[in-house]
Design a protein around this ligand. Structure first.
Ligand SMILES: [Ca+2]
Ligand SMILES: [Ca+2]
Length: 273
């Protein structure tokens, strides 16, 4: 059995059982989202479409005798999904990114492709590809293709849910250098609201911060970036967060009302070292 271990969702590649709530919420909205889709050469399956990008499992059919090792191409995403060929001038590509899918050293393996049964794959991602957001997305369907959006190639669709599309956080609001105390003191982190996510609606208790995953001690609401949207402001103890003099970036992770992940990272400058 081949398994994939996405950062925040756990599921098995061989059967299309997705246990990420963000995907489950969108799955009923479209006819066939989140499936492996045959495109003559490649197959793809969206793990989820939130946080900092779209997580995608990808594979190449073994009957495609491409000598490349690994399979190198370009993944693209379009929103809204094209109704005709990808070279339609009305198609809006919202992402375009080089991809590389490693060749399986021990030869092809069978993978259960929805609608196709077991298909032998010569190349398979060991963990999901991340197509990073290059512009804000609308809530709704998005189409992803692994072959540069060439006309006639297959695509897989996904639903963009109420995730923070860029997962913006502001560590120590008001301090552009993000100076954080080490050994004592508190760190304040604002989870910035966006056009698609009111962070006030997220549960402060779900957030974990820093290497040690600290829970917040104080929750407040204010507009820290002065964009007219109220932001969720959380305070953590530096010691609880596990910040050290070697810490150069921090991460904050929480959960949206529909169960989707919110992740943010930011560089920091340790002080009192
Ligand atoms: Ca700051
Ligand atoms: Ca704001």
């Amino acid at each position: 059995m081949i398994t994939a271990q996405p950062t925040l969702c756990h599921r098995v590649v061989t059967v299309g059982a997705v246990t990420c709530a963000a995907i489950a919420a969108g799955a009923s909205a479209t006819a066939a989202p989140y499936i492996w889709q045959h495109s003559a050469i490649t197959y793809g399956r969206v793990a989820y479409a939130c946080t900092d990008g779209i997580r995608l499992d990808a594979a190449v059919g073994a009957d495609f005798q491409r000598p490349d090792d690994p399979y190198v191409n370009t993944a693209v995403a379009a929103q809204p999904p094209p109704t005709t060929d990808w070279d339609d001038p009305d198609v809006t590509l919202v992402m375009s990114q080089p991809i590389s899918i490693g060749r399986l050293k021990d030869g092809p393996v069978p993978v259960d492709v929805d609608g196709e049964g077991l298909v032998a794959m010569s190349h398979l991602t060991s963990s999901p590809l991340t197509l990073r957001y290059q512009k804000p997305l609308a809530l709704g369907p998005i189409a992803v293709n692994l072959e540069g959006g060439q006309p006639g190639t297959g695509r897989v669709t996904a639903e963009v849910t109420d995730c923070s599309l860029f997962a913006k956080i502001d560590v120590q609001p008001g301090d552009r250098k993000n100076r954080v105390p080490v050994g004592r003191g508190n760190v304040t982190v604002a989870v910035l609201s966006t056009a698609t996510l009111d962070t006030r609606a997220t549960d402060a208790a779900t957030y974990r911060f820093g290497p040690k995953g600290a829970a917040s001690r104080v929750k407040a609401v204010r507009d820290v970036d002065h964009d007219g949207r109220q932001d969720l402001v959380l305070t953590f103890r530096s010691v609880d967060a596990g910040l050290t003099c070697a810490t150069r970036s921090v991460a904050l992770a929480g959960t949206t009302p529909s169960g989707g992940p919110v992740e943010g990272t930011a560089p920091v400058q340790p002080t009192r070292c």
